[in-house]
Design a protein around this ligand. Structure first.
Ligand code: 0X9
Ligand code: ZN
Ligand code: ZN
Length: 374
């Protein structure tokens, strides 16, 4: 009878097949065939239920898997995009009066673009914007922005919530980040499909509308500094441009995290050269570098992008300064200076976070002295 069922009844799934008389058989039975149990007993076959609901088991297993890919954030390893997003949700759940997660768009491959808004007391305050992960391979930037988030909600920086609101957006190029994690560690760009080319992706930091395509970016889709077919062609960039636009009335500072070289970069990167308030940016930048050096002795150098690096148009910092005229705009290049480059050892994650945070305090303290009345 069991052999017959094994062969002919499509409704039953034999987890353990019929072997010999006297040996047990495990059968998964769909709800509409539950009466089979009595038929077994009436045929003299001993039967009992081992698992009442298989779906519950599957669901519980899925929870376990999720726990594995998204542990509570630590600063001793690099985490997947999914784990980063889970951490944002955990922070918001643990601090509901202060932190809210919101989505501002979708990446080319369909990943949610998410940020956390910190707004203590629900009042309008000058807004600080911080992002990380615009370049896929610059992994260290993500734990640093998440560390800032943690310090602001429950660490040594909570007092800043009395003065400022924050929008923190880690992993603003999630497709590129996952591609760097899984396939090509050195990937830099987005993962968009380029019409007429087999090469994929544009450099998101050459794709912002302000001064787009005016120098230091490429029209060749196969290069790492491809500007894209048009300004804000990348969904990740266009969503961020729109988000920044909605914040511009309140935004007093824009900070973007890159690696590596240990630089505190000041706009413009385009041929426009230095910003009108370059001196103020230099003064605050030098104080920021001092604070960072005071922590573990690392040297960070402030300076204009073209002076220190090269002409590079379409950068996010240039857009924030040029289009929205924020008070202070900085693009950081985090550790190191080339020993490990992008592949910064996990042992340096925590120190990178701590030293950068003391620098960030200096920027916040200086913005505080020149606040506009909203
Ligand atoms: O070239 C870049 O985009 C940045 N350096 S990196 O090595 N991380 O790629 C510098 C960004 C400078 N900012 C602007 N060009 N506005
Ligand atoms: Zn917390
Ligand atoms: Zn970069």
């Amino acid at each position: 009878m069991l052999l017959d069922l094994d062969k002919n009844n499509p409704g039953l799934v034999f987890w353990k097949h019929v072997r010999a008389v006297g040996l047990p058989v495990d059968i998964m039975v769909p709800p509409h065939l539950e009466a089979m149990m009595e038929e077994f007993t009436s045929q003299g076959i001993m039967a009992h239920t081992m698992v009442t609901d298989v779906q519950t088991l599957i669901d519980e297993e899925a929870l376990g898997v999720q726990g594995e890919i998204s542990p509570m954030m630590d600063w001793t390893s690099y985490h997947s995009h999914a784990a980063i997003q889970t951490y944002l949700d955990e922070v918001a759940a643990a601090h509901p009066a202060v932190a809210t997660v919101f989505s501002y768009g979708t990446s080319t491959e369909g990943r949610d673009l998410k940020c956390v808004r910190l707004n203590q007391g629900g009042t309008r305050k000058p807004l600080i914007f911080l992002d990380s992960g615009i370049h896929a391979r610059e992994w260290i930037t993500n734990p640093v922005s998440l560390w800032a988030l943690k310090e602001l909600v429950e660490g040594g920086s909570t007092n800043y919530l009395n003065t400022f609101n924050f929008v923190i957006c880690p992993a603003i190029n999630p497709d590129g980040y996952e591609y760097s994690r899984i396939t090509d560690r050195m990937w830099r760009k987005t993962r968009s499909v380029v019409t007429g080319s087999t090469c994929r992706g544009a450099d998101p930091n050459r794709n912002f509308p302000f001064d787009w395509g005016t120098g230091g970016s490429s029209t060749n889709p196969c290069t790492d500094t491809y500007m894209g077919p048009r300004a804000a062609s990348e969904p990740e960039v266009s969503a961020l441009v729109d988000l920044l636009g909605t914040l511009q009335g309140d935004m007093v500072s824009y900070v973007s995290l890159h690696s590596y070289s240990q630089l505190i970069l000041i706009s413009y990167g385009s041929n426009r050269g230095r910003v009108p308030d370059h001196d103020r940016h230099m003064t605050v930048g030098a104080a920021t570098a001092n604070a960072i050096r005071g922590h573990f002795g690392m040297t960070f150098t402030p300076g204009n992008i073209v002076d220190l690096l090269y002409v590079a148009s379409g950068g996010s910092g240039d857009h924030a300064k040029g289009s929205f005229n924020v008070d202070l705009a900085y693009t950081f290049e985090l550790r190191d200076t080339g020993t490990n480059g992008f592949i910064l050892p996990p042992a340096q994650i925590r120190p990178s976070c701590e030293e950068w945070m003391s620098g960030f305090h200096v920027i916040l303290d200086n913005v505080r002295t020149t606040l506009p009345s909203l």
